[in-house]
Design a protein around this ligand. Structure first.
Ligand SMILES: Cc1cc2nc3c(=O)[nH]c(=O)nc-3n(C[C@H](O)[C@H](O)[C@H](O)COP(=O)(O)O)c2cc1C
Length: 217
């Protein structure tokens, strides 16, 4: 997967066609979810052909959303939810699917999954074949989102370019990254779901910067 191209191509999509997720796309998606669950300790579950959580064919800004990933996690797993959930989002994008992170625009009570004991729904990711590919979000500048003394190395700039492509709740982009030596620190800022947003932005930053070029502070 060319991660930069995948991150550039991904935009929130909220209107879906009737095309089902099936065949190799489905089996690939399922195996990615299994791997993410094993690596993260989260309990992600794929729900298919279930229109109720998104209120039938059209509701709360979504149209015909019948497939979604439920991310179950223990209390305090917000950042982890963002980090690993975004890996599923980018994998889905690379498989030709469209997606949208969702915290508010769905009925939690209508989600028909049983999570492991002690786990709660942390977020869902709407999935399917979009009626469109979405549009790029407006972004704050790199200077506004990061702090570096002197000239930033190339890998840091690439990391920031990737972080700026990250979806955030209401496009709030409250996160900030700072460079000290070869250590990068990242803060969530104050805002709704900003720790989930931070995890998403960190996943993007790593993919853009290259994991071997730095350490998290
Ligand atoms: C944690 C999180 C929660 C979100 N919750 C909702 C939601 O409840 N309803 C919705 O329509 N969009 C939701 N979004 C989608 C954002 O509005 C969207 O990602 C943002 O505007 C940036 O646009 P982009 O995804 O096209 O880059 C959420 C995004 C994130 C990251």
């Amino acid at each position: 997967m060319d991660y930069m191209e995948t991150m550039k191509a991904r935009h929130a999509v909220r209107s879906f066609t009737d095309r089902k997720i099936e065949g190799k796309t489905l089996s690939d998606l399922q195996s990615i979810i299994e791997k993410i669950n094993a690596a993260s300790g989260l309990d992600m579950k794929l729900v298919l052909d279930e229109p109720e959580a998104f209120g039938g064919r059209s509701s709360r800004g979504f149209k015909n959303c019948r497939n979604y990933i439920v991310i179950g996690g223990k209390n305090g797993s917000n950042e982890k939810t963002g980090y690993y959930g975004e890996k599923a989002v980018l994998a889905a994008q690379a498989l030709g699917l469209n997606s949208c992170w969702v915290e508010m625009s769905y009925s939690k009570g209508k989600v028909p999954v049983k999570l492991e004991p002690g786990y709660k729904i942390q977020a869902v990711i709407a999935l399917g074949y979009g009626e469109n590919q979405g549009v790029p979000h407006k972004s704050k500048t790199m200077e506004a989102l990061s702090k570096v003394d002197g000239e930033a190395p190339d890998w840091f700039k690439k990391g920031m370019e990737a972080a700026m492509l990250a979806p955030t709740a209401m496009n709030q982009q409250k996160f900030s990254f700072a460079l000290n030596g070869d250590k990068v620190s990242a803060k969530p800022g104050i805002g709704f779901y900003s720790k989930v947003d931070l995890g998403i932005a960190k996943a993007h930053f790593e993919l853009g910067a290259g994991k071997d070029n730095f350490k998290w502070a």
